[in-house]
Structures are given as structure tokens and as C-alpha cells.
Design a protein around this ligand. Structure first.
Ligand code: SAH
Length: 253
């Protein structure tokens, strides 16, 4: 029997943000591999085996999924959001890169999904309308000095900056350090959005400025967006303001 492996994302929250393609593959899978929080969002049918793991070792999870596929299983590996953005797809390829030759011949494909940054941006308006970048603030897999360097250069280049994984219980401090870096480089009125649990019942969005933002508001369910010089607020009376970034730029950062 020929196995296969599909790496897919469940979107940031509601099932409406799972693509039809991902839903089809989920329904057809014999084995579902993923972090337990994501797997618990799924309706599992009879005959499917769920391999729910603790967050920890993504590479071990990827290897296990590849082993199952090698044995002939129809495997899906699930992530939140998009599987290629700070998620399982890269772990699967790292495992293939360093694994047995047989894994290179497996039928492996990644299915695109809706990443948190896009969902948060859609709620606000069009803050990612001009050049932007995404930075993962977690220093679990890279040194903090590199994160600071990337924040510095992104701010100097006048990118809109999306910050994933801004804080967790184990890492409450980094987001404060990140704000200190940004405050040293960007104007006080720079727009900042704390977009938390987007698409879920407890969704909140706080729109503020770099000088007024309270970094301790960020947790592991928060996506932070830092505006660029072209990012604007449109006030709407009693409604929530829109935020957009003009596609026109003068070149003066
Ligand atoms: N693969 C995921 C990202 C995994 S990293 C994706 O494409 O979205 C996990 C981080 O994503 C969280 O710490 C948070 O910064 C962001 N995130 C995920 N879901 C979110 C949601 N519903 N609302 C806001 N941010 C979210």
C-alpha cells in the first residue's frame, strides 16, 4: 500500500477558515498527527487514529508522521493557521532532509491555510497592504540577539511588522524587550494592534500606539501588528476604526 502525508493548517479558529481541500484530506486520512490543542478541534470519524502530542518536540512528531506514511498510512499532520508559517511543514522537511532515503520518495504535500497574520489583518482592514514582514518572537530555536537584529532592521526598513509568539508563561519578558527596541527606533504615534484569539469566541483587538501600548497585554494567543509610516487609522464614529497601509511610499523611511 502506498502511504502519503499531507501537511495542513486548521486556520486561526473557526471551521469557516479551514480550506475545503484541507477538510477533504482530513476526512480521508487514516492517521491524524498533531499538537493536542489542534487535534482536539477536529471531529474524528470511526476508523481514524489520532496521534495527539504535547507541544514539545516538533521534529519527533514529524518523524513519527513520516514513519506512519512509510508503512502505508494516509497521514495528515495538522498545525494551527497555515502549516508553513512557524509550524509543522518546516519540521517535516527537516526530518526528510536528515532522514532515510525512503522518505524522499514518499508522496508528501503541503496544503496552504489561513495564517493568523492574515486573519488579524482582515479584521482591522488592510494593514498589510504594503511591504511587511513576520517575525517569530520565540527564542526557543534561535538566539535573542538575532531577533533584536531583525526587529531593528525591519523597523529601519519601514516594514509593517507582524509578531508571532510574542509571549508565553515561560517567556513573559521578550515582548517587553521587543517594545524597547521598537520604541528606540519608531515614532511614538506608530500604530500597534494586539489581535488576540482572532476568529474565536473570545476574540479581542486593541488598537493603540507604540508609546501607549502595554506589552504585558500580549500572550501566546496574540498576534501583534506594528504599523509602518504609511499605516493609517480611519475613524468611524461609534464603529471600530479601520486600519490600512497605503500602497504608496515616498522612499523616506
Ligand atoms: N501556523 C500558525 C502560527 C503558529 S505560531 C499560523 O499560521 O497562524 C503561534 C502564534 O500564532 C501565536 O503565538 C499567535 O501569535 C499566532 N496566532 C495563532 N492563532 C491566532 C489567533 N487565532 N489569533 C491571534 N493570533 C494567533
Amino acid at each position: 500500500m502506498n502511504g502519503q502525508l499531507r501537511v495542513l493548517g486548521l486556520g486561526p479558529g473557526p471551521s469557516d477558515w479551514i480550506t475545503p481541500e484541507a477538510s477533504r484530506e482530513l476526512a480521508a486520512a487514516s492517521d491524524i498527527v498533531g499538537y493536542k490543542t489542534y487535534v482536539s478541534r477536529l471531529t474524528v470519524r470511526a476508523g481514524q487514529t489520532v496521534h495527539a502530542s504535547d507541544n514539545g518536540d516538533e521534529l519527533a512528531r514529524a518523524r513519527w508522521a513520516l514513519e506512519l506514511a512509510e508503512r502505508g498510512a494516509r497521514v495528515v499532520v495538522v498545525s494551527g493557521g497555515d502549516p508553513g508559517v512557524f509550524a509543522m511543514a518546516a519540521a517535516v522537511f527537516e526530518a526528510i532532509d536528515h532522514g532515510p532515503d525512503a522518505w524522499r520518495r514518499l508522496d508528501v504535500a503541503v496544503l496552504p491555510g489561513v495564517t493568523a497574520m492574515l486573519a488579524a489583518a482582515a479584521r482591522l482592514g488592510a494593514p498589510l497592504g504594503a511591504d511587511f514582514c513576520a517575525i517569530n518572537l520565540s527564542d526557543n530555536l534561535k538566539p535573542w540577539a538575532l531577533i533584536e537584529k531583525r526587529l531593528t532592521l525591519a523597523a529601519q526598513a519601514d516594514f509593517v511588522i507582524a509578531l508571532y509568539n510574542p509571549a508565553s508563561k515561560a517567556r513573559p519578558e521578550q515582548v517587553h524587550r521587543a517594545f524597547a527596541v521598537l520604541r528606540g527606533l519608531l515614532p511614538a504615534h506608530t500604530l500597534v494592534a494586539f489581535a488576540a484569539a482572532i476568529g474565536r469566541p473570545d476574540e479581542t483587538i486593541q488598537l493603540t500606539t507604540l508609546s501607549e501600548a502595554d506589552p504585558s497585554r500580549a500572550d501566546m494567543r496574540t498576534l501583534l501588528l506594528i504599523g509602518a509610516s504609511g499605516t493609517r487609522r480611519i475613524e468611524r464614529g461609534s464603529g471600530e476604526p479601520f486600519v490600512y497601509t497605503s500602497r504608496r511610499a515616498t522612499g523616506a523611511a
